[in-house]
Every structure is written in C-alpha cells, then in structure tokens.
Design a protein around this ligand. Structure first.
Ligand SMILES: [Zn+2]
Length: 355
C-alpha cells in the first residue's frame, strides 16, 4: 500500500467521525463487544448524508425489517415485529449512558403520548456501550427514572443492532404497517421531519383500511369448511385439486384469468369464498393473475413456505384452506404487495351491471 492511499483512508475516517459529531450521534466501532465510542455533543438538525436516511422511502423500494432478537423486556411482554403488523413501529436504538440518546427522549415520549392511540408503537432497543449498561437492573432503573413508558428490550449481544446494520446511537427507524423500513435518522434532531414521516405512515394505513372498507358487509364467510381428500377429489378437477390441495402451481400464461380484464369478483374455486376484486387486479407480467390486495383481510391467510429452498409466503383461503398462490413484496401502490394467484384456484364471476 502506498502512502497516498493511507492518507486518503485516514482522511475518510476523520471525515466520518466529523459527520457523526455534527449529527449529534455517538459512534460505535463495529468490532465485537468492546465498542469504542465517543459521545460528542452536537448541534441538532445536522444530517448524515446517504440515500437511506432522512427520506421517506417508497413502499416499493423499502426492505423488510429483520426481526428483533430475544432480550429482556421492560414495560411490556415480549413483542415481535411480526406480531405488530398493521402498526407503524418506531425502533429507537439507544443506551442510557449516551446523552445524545437522552436528548432525543423528550421527542420520543411526546410521540408515544400523541400517536400510540393512532397505531404507533415505539420500541427502545437498548444496545449498551459500557458494562454497567448491560446490567438489567440498571436499565430498569434508568427507564423508570427517565419516565419512559414505551416498551424497551435489551440487546446486550448487539444481535438486533447488527441485524439492522446500526453504527451509531441514537438511530431511529420507522417501519410501515407491512414491517418495511421506510425512514432512518441517525443522531439527534430532525424531530419535525421524523414526526411528519410518522404521520404519513399512519395516514397510509388509513388509506388501505378505506379501500378494504368498501367491501360489502357479509362478503367474508366466517364458517370453516373441512372435507376429506376423497371429497375434494370428487368435487374438483384434477388441476384444481393439484393446485388447491397439493399446493401446485399452474404454468405461467396458461390459466384462465392472467389476461382477464373484465369487472367482477374472484371466488375460491373450492368453497366459494369471495377473495379478490377486479379493481385490485393489475398487469404483473408474470402470467398469473395478480392483485395488490384481497377483498377483505380476513378472507385469506398466509403461511411461511420454505419449499424450493427460498422463503416465500403462501396464501390460502381462510375458509377452506385451499392453496391459492403466494404473496410477494414487489407489488404496486398502495400496498406494495403482489398476490400471485393460480387461475385454477379461482372462479371469476362477472359484475351484473357491467354485462
Ligand atoms: Zn376456499
């Protein structure tokens, strides 16, 4: 390595340090359990450059947040991000000894008080810097004396910190209703901007609820249908049986509905449950009928599917358990979801008025 490269490298390191100081954040070295951090006082309002911070990331581009690692919970039972689907979640990476973190607490407490009732859940992930910050009794005492009422979980092994790829305290991350990372802010400040992002994400949720609320009452049949394999075999064609009961997939561009543009409702071929409306069907180019949203959230259920060596989310009819297809997170607005269905699992009925 020549001298110039070394000089350049040290300049970059010094600049990075400066940026963190400006942002009012404490930097933690990435190395193991012995972080070297310098809590630097900073003016609030400065901003760490980078395209992933301080912009509301579009639902289509946003990545799913990793799950929280196990830890000791204060102020609540153990929670998972999966169980918080449907909520906007603010995750604050902090530690009680970091005073940049303490400076952000008034804003966090205010948001907890203002927006908790509207669907915001704040979780403090306590990722310690020094050994005394790893002692649960100390964290409990500090949480109490700092007047924090929202859930806090300890992260002594930095598992959650590393999974989220965090580098400095405090870092605030906002997850949308689908559990995707939509906003990141490092350091103190940007309180108005972060609050606006919270409001936008909460509003996004009501937009989706509104669309689902259009569905006429009673469209979801809540009774369950259970039949033996033999009975299903008798009622369904071999292809319908293969798809719905054996989790099969029809070949792309071969089904009855991938290219259907008529107005109407798609029902479960096995039990008649209404599943999707033509108004949420879109051209995905995949050769399978694709929708960005079911008619009603309760009409379908999802399950993790690890076959084929990749993790996918299976979509099933809530009433009879028929396999319908999979849901992916590369769909269009407003949900960002792509319900990729098999025509063989559906029965389309055209709207009366559009005939
Ligand atoms: Zn069904």
């Amino acid at each position: 390595m020549n001298y110039k490269v070394l000089l350049l490298a040290s300049t970059v390191i010094v600049s990075a340090g400066l940026i963190y100081a400006l942002a009012g954040a404490s930097k933690r070295s990435g190395a193991g359990n012995a972080p070297s951090a310098t809590a630097t006082a900073g003016e609030s309002g400065a901003d760490v450059p980078g395209d992933a911070t301080d912009v509301l990331i579009s639902a289509r581009r946003a990545r799913r947040a990793p799950e929280l690692a196990a830890g000791d919970w204060i102020n609540s039972e153990a929670m998972t991000l999966a169980s918080l689907k449907g909520k906007v979640v603010l995750v604050d990476f902090w530690t009680f000894g970091c005073y940049n973190c303490r400076n952000t607490l008034p804003a966090l407490k205010r948001w907890d008080a203002s927006y908790r009732g509207q669907g915001l859940t704040i979780i403090g992930v306590h990722s310690p810097e020094f050994d005394r910050e790893k002692v649960l009794a100390n964290v409990q005492r500090e949480v109490r004396s700092l007047g924090i009422n929202y859930p806090v979980v300890t992260d002594n092994e930095y598992e959650t910190w590393n999974a989220f790829d965090i580098h400095a305290w405090p870092t605030v991350i906002l997850l949308d209703k689908q559990g995707r990372i939509r906003w990141t802010h490092i350091g103190e400040g940007m309180y108005t901007e972060t609050e606006n992002a919270i409001k936008k994400l909460l509003a996004e949720e009501s937009e989706q609820t509104k669309t689902t609320a259009r569905v006429p009452k009673g469209i979801v049949m809540t009774d369950k249908i259970e039949k033996t394999d033999e009975e299903w075999r008798k009622e369904l064609t071999p292809e319908q049986y293969y798809v719905t009961r054996e989790k099969g997939t029809e070949r792309a561009f071969t089904g009855a509905y991938w290219d259907n543009h008529e107005q109407g409702i798609y029902y479960c071929v096995a039990c008649g449950q209404a599943l999707f409306g033509s108004d949420t069907k879109y051209e995905s180019g995949t050769g399978w009928p694709s929708f960005y949203q079911p008619l009603a959230a309760e009409s379908v259920e999802t399950e993790t599917d690890d076959t084929l060596g990749v993790r996918r989310t299976e979509v099933k009819c809530h009433r009879c358990g028929a396999h319908l297809g999979h849901v992916f997170e590369d769909g269009p607005r407003p949900t960002g979801l792509r319900y990729c269905m098999n025509s063989a699992a559906l029965k389309f009925v055209k709207d009366e008025e559009s005939k």
